[in-house]
Design a protein around this ligand. Structure first.
Ligand SMILES: C[S@@+](CC[C@H](N)C(=O)[O-])C[C@H]1O[C@@H](n2cnc3c(N)ncnc32)[C@H](O)[C@@H]1O
Length: 205
């Protein structure tokens, strides 16, 4: 077991759902962009709240995470709800996409460099033409602004829009949305209160 799976297994091993059962509100608000029965990949998906929501909408969903406990909870809940969900227990360091997707979704995917750049670069490569990446994660202002609603305490794990803009400028894709916003999170016991987030929608050419 590596550091990440140990850290997250400990949290997801607790009673209940760390970030609740409802999908992240931004991800849910953007689901209209997906054509019926899209092939969707959820990265760093934890206990599966976004993946299950998208599967309930009729999409073919795969969830990747380093935490086997998180993914087991996701799979059990999907089964109880009668929706198909494929789970892949994997550290993103080792993710080399073998398939293509219509959409890649992530909420609160906080990865150190160079893993972050590697993951987004591979995600773009794994998208079909016109496919989208949809993400919400904490911005650096979450820490600098003293927000207490959750997230890493290491600035390097947090996002700033300029870095993302520079990253995606190197690839054949369009930035549909790249904003830094204050939002009110009400997500389980893990994310409660005002938060500073980056919201990103990318479309591959
Ligand atoms: C803040 S949680 C967010 C979980 C989920 N996306 C959500 O919003 O409910 C961060 C997730 O990233 C996963 N993670 C962190 N580093 C990872 C890595 N290197 N490879 C795969 N998953 C990772 C953790 O296991 C955890 O599930």
């Amino acid at each position: 077991m590596n550091d990440q799976s140990h850290f997250w297994n400990e949290r997801f091993g607790k009673e209940g759902w760390m970030y609740g059962q409802n999908p992240n509100a931004f991800i849910a608000s953007q689901a209209h962009r997906l054509a019926p029965q899209s092939h969707v990949l959820c990265l760093a998906e934890g206990e599966g709240r976004n993946a299950i929501h998208l599967a309930q909408l009729g999409h073919h969903v795969t969830a990747i995470d380093a935490s086997d406990i998180g993914l087991a909870k996701a799979a059990q809940r999907a089964q109880a709800l009668g929706v198909a969900l494929r789970t892949l227990h994997m550290d993103l360091h080792h993710w080399e996409p073998q398939e293509h997707y219509d959409a890649i979704v992530a909420s609160f995917i906080h990865l150190p460099q160079p893993l972050r750049t590697q993951t987004f670069t591979r995600a773009l490569a794994a998208l079909r033409p016109k496919g989208v990446i949809i993400m919400e994660s904490f911005s650096q202002n979450q820490l600098l602004g003293g927000f207490t609603s959750g997230g890493p305490k290491d600035l390097e794990m947090l996002y700033n829009p300029r870095d993302l803009e520079m990253l995606f400028a190197q690839h054949p894709c369009a930035i549909i949305q790249l904003t830094e916003e204050i939002t009110l999170l009400d997500e389980g016991w893990g994310h409660q209160g005002d938060a500073s987030v980056v919201r990103l929608i990318i479309q591959k050419e």
